[in-house]
Design a protein around this ligand. Structure first.
Ligand code: DX5
Ligand code: ZN
Length: 246
């Protein structure tokens, strides 16, 4: 199964020192940086957009391998995921993870074919993200069944298949919420069928909840408050990694 990847969420970092927080976290042993993008529509909160990502990107070396250290894992909690693909690619995003729920309900303003009135399907969006040279992730909220993903993952066309699935273990929108163990059967079901898929969990991960998530088969671990609220972030990062590798 795929390697353990620890991805601190910079949502819980000091936004006035964001560039430094990014480089410090990588030095403390993080693999990826989890960058939460919120638009105030898809979720009831706002963070920042591509111009900020452009600036903080320069504080961290680009990954030299597909899943390498320094990957900017952008979690797009936005109502129009297709609209922002180009801007985030230009900003230095390496992995563009959109929400299934947003993709199926948004009408895209920007499509590869230039047809502005077309609905976004997850597979078209994944293809577009890949065409721009990024990895593609698809996220599901707690209320969304994992069953919506099977057709997408079974697609014989490689360019239209996601590189990662994100199973939310809190309602998206805020850091510091309690872990929902009720979401773990989704991870188990995904891992049973896809031994090599990156499966990311996000929300409420810490030293107390990591074992359940790792046991279910998650390999990409997001942690915001657990890392940035710690006295010793490096120790938390290594404990999370050990739990996944165990
Ligand atoms: C929530 C975000 C998470 C958040 C996790 O909407 O997607 O990435 O930062 O924060 P913690 O780890 O504190 O639950
Ligand atoms: Zn997130």
């Amino acid at each position: 199964s795929p390697p353990a990847i620890i991805a601190p969420s910079i949502l819980s970092a000091d936004f006035a020192e964001l560039g430094k927080a990014c480089s410090d976290t990588i030095k403390q042993g993080a693999d990826w940086l989890h960058v939460d993008i919120m638009d105030g529509h898809f979720v009831p909160n706002m963070t920042f957009g591509a111009p900020v990502v452009t600036k903080i990107r320069s504080h961290v070396d680009h990954p030299n391998a597909a899943h390498g250290k320094g990957t900017f894992d952008c979690h797009m909690m936005i109502a129009e995921p297709k609209r922002w693909v180009r801007d985030f690619q230009k900003a230095g995003c390496d992995l563009y993870c959109f929400h299934y729920e947003a993709a199926i309900s948004s009408t895209a303003a920007d499509t590869p074919s230039g047809q502005s009135d077309k609905k976004t399907s997850p597979k078209e969006l994944i293809r577009f993200i890949h065409e721009l040279g990024m990895q593609a992730g698809i996220a599901i909220k707690p209320k969304t069944s994992v069953d919506v993903l099977w057709d997408i993952l079974e697609n014989p066309v490689k360019e239209e298949r996601p590189d990662m699935v994100l199973v939310m273990t809190v309602e998206p929108g805020f850091g510091g919420q309690s872990f929902m163990a009720s979401e773990l059967p989704k991870v188990t079901a995904l891992r049973e069928r896809y031994p090599d898929l990156h499966i990311e969990v996000d929300g409420g991960l810490n030293e107390h909840t990591i074992d359940q998530a790792a046991e279910a088969g998650a390999n990409v671990i997001v942690a915001g408050s657990a890392v940035f609220g710690a006295q010793d972030p490096a120790e938390v990062i290594s404990k999370l990694r050990e739990a996944v590798e165990r």
